[in-house]
Design a protein around this ligand. Structure first.
Ligand SMILES: Cc1cc2nc3c(=O)[nH]c(=O)nc-3n(C[C@H](O)[C@H](O)[C@H](O)COP(=O)(O)OP(=O)(O)OC[C@H]3O[C@@H](n4cnc5c(N)ncnc54)[C@H](O)[C@@H]3O)c2cc1C
Length: 399
């Protein structure tokens, strides 16, 4: 594999940089770079700007409004956008249900849902997990019974990310409880969150944020036209989606930006009268993360390259998931070590640079503990890392 960028790819990088320079709102970029939380409208504002540019869905085929980029262009865009402080993409519409509707949906579903995802007119969320069905997802119990032209849905989903903002949820539901294998009785339904009978209850995470929810369905009526593909074949679509979910988790660009921030922090903190970044032990730990990140980048390029040949991501997605999440946690941990006792305050927001604050220590230290706690989730969601190791053992190593 030739890892040097061609002159065309360099020119594309310049074009992306110019665009980001001109169009990325400064207030959003500043908050992203300072590790401050964004509001839902910040994500949709940015998605609409991308859509106007024709860059709303980097991974989608041109037929559905994608820009026709190859894997390298997608990688370059991802890297530049993260470095410039662009918001990360909320994956549920663009990277999860979008590809499923493109591959398995009816033309009517494609026409109805895909343009709205592109323009950020619908916010989607994912209804897979249930209290008794996380790693063992196929044991899910939420029932959908067919009555003529509609389904009636009853049950509970949990760990639903950002569902409090969602217009639509894609759900795995049990349509045939008698099927000989659990996997055979599951269907994939698209449900309007405004339908009567849906209740969203917050779950507050370790960092004090309202990021996840539990969702209850009580006699929720869903038109049969919202079934994706065939009834009882939902497991196939669910697995296709999970492969996409794990590659989108790689977040190489974001980790590069955070690594840069780590180096800046380590350059400002003083240990034994010299910048911490010059401390051999600390420098070695940063170097180790940087090497891991470079290896992840190459693996991610390989996965993107397979995806662009229309191959669904295979077990290599599990390698990406494990390494990417370990790197994210390692960078956050090193930031905590770098500021030492100043990591003790627990704030989600860092004060603006130069602003008066009641918190001791530099402004960049204040939100590090909350971010560290929040990042405990990454080795769990998208299929826990233990489960990914099982997949690697069975499907790559043949154990
Ligand atoms: C912050 C966050 C956001 C999430 N967002 C969503 C969302 O938007 N939509 C959605 O549907 N789901 C979401 N999830 C759910 C997530 O996918 C599940 O939490 C995950 O699949 C693990 O399932 P579980 O929580 O039921 O844990 P369990 O399956 O009960 O696992 C508990 C522990 O046992 C280990 N374990 C279980 N089985 C095995 C095995 N066979 N071998 C080895 N170890 C095993 C697991 O790795 C884990 O460490 C989210 C989760 C989190 C934490």
């Amino acid at each position: 594999m030739d890892l040097n960028f061609t002159p065309e790819q360099q020119a594309f990088r310049d074009e992306v940089r110019r665009f980001l320079n001109d169009r990325l709102p400064g207030d959003i970029s500043r908050r992203v770079k300072n590790g401050q939380p964004l509001e839902p409208q910040d994500y949709t504002r940015w998605q609409k700007i991308l859509f106007e540019q024709g860059w709303g869905a980097p991974g989608w085929p041109a037929k559905f409004g994608g820009p026709g980029w190859g894997p390298v262009e997608m990688h370059i865009f991802d890297e530049e956008a993260a470095m410039a402080g662009a918001p990360r993409t909320i994956p549920f519409g663009l990277q999860m249900v979008g590809p499923v509707i493109m591959r398995f949906g009816t033309p009517a579903q494609q026409e109805r849902f895909l343009p709205r995802i592109l323009k950020a007119e619908d916010w989607w969320c994912q209804g897979y997990s249930e209290p008794g069905a996380g790693s063992d997802l196929a044991s899910l119990k939420t029932r959908a019974e067919r009555h003529g032209d509609h389904y009636t849905v009853n049950g509970q989903k949990t760990w639903n990310t950002l569902g409090q903002h969602a217009d639509w949820i894609f759900c795995l539901v049990r349509t045939d409880p008698q099927a000989p294998k659990q996997q055979q009785g599951i269907s994939f339904l698209l449900i309007d969150m405004k339908t009567p009978g849906i209740t969203v209850r917050p779950i507050i995470t370790l960092d004090g944020a309202h990021e996840v929810n539990e969702i209850w369905f009580e006699n929720v009526i869903v038109p049969a036209e919202n079934l994706v593909g065939e009834e009882n074949k939902g497991w196939t679509y669910a697995k296709f989606l999970l492969g996409h979910e794990r590659t989108s988790i790689a977040g190489v660009g974001i980790s590069k930006r955070e690594l840069k921030r780590l180096k800046q922090i380590a350059g400002r903190e003083i240990k034994n009268d010299r910048p911490l970044i010059e401390d051999p032990l600390f420098a070695a730990r940063i170097a180790q993360v940087e090497i891991d990140l470079m290896a992840l980048e190459v693996t991610n390029l390989r996965a993107l390259s397979a995806e662009s040949r229309n191959q669904a991501p295979g077990p290599e997605a599990s390698v990406l998931k494990i390494k990417a999440t370990e790197i994210q946690q390692a960078i956050s941990e090193l930031m905590m070590y770098a500021v030492g006792p100043y990591a003790l305050p627990f704030e989600r927001q860092s004060p603006e640079e130069g602003a008066l604050s009641s918190i001791a220590g530099p402004p960049y230290a204040a939100p590090l503990a909350a971010a560290y706690c929040n990042l405990r989730k990454v080795t769990i969601y998208g299929g826990s890392n233990e489960i990914q190791r099982n997949i690697i053992a069975q499907m790559i190593l043949g154990l």
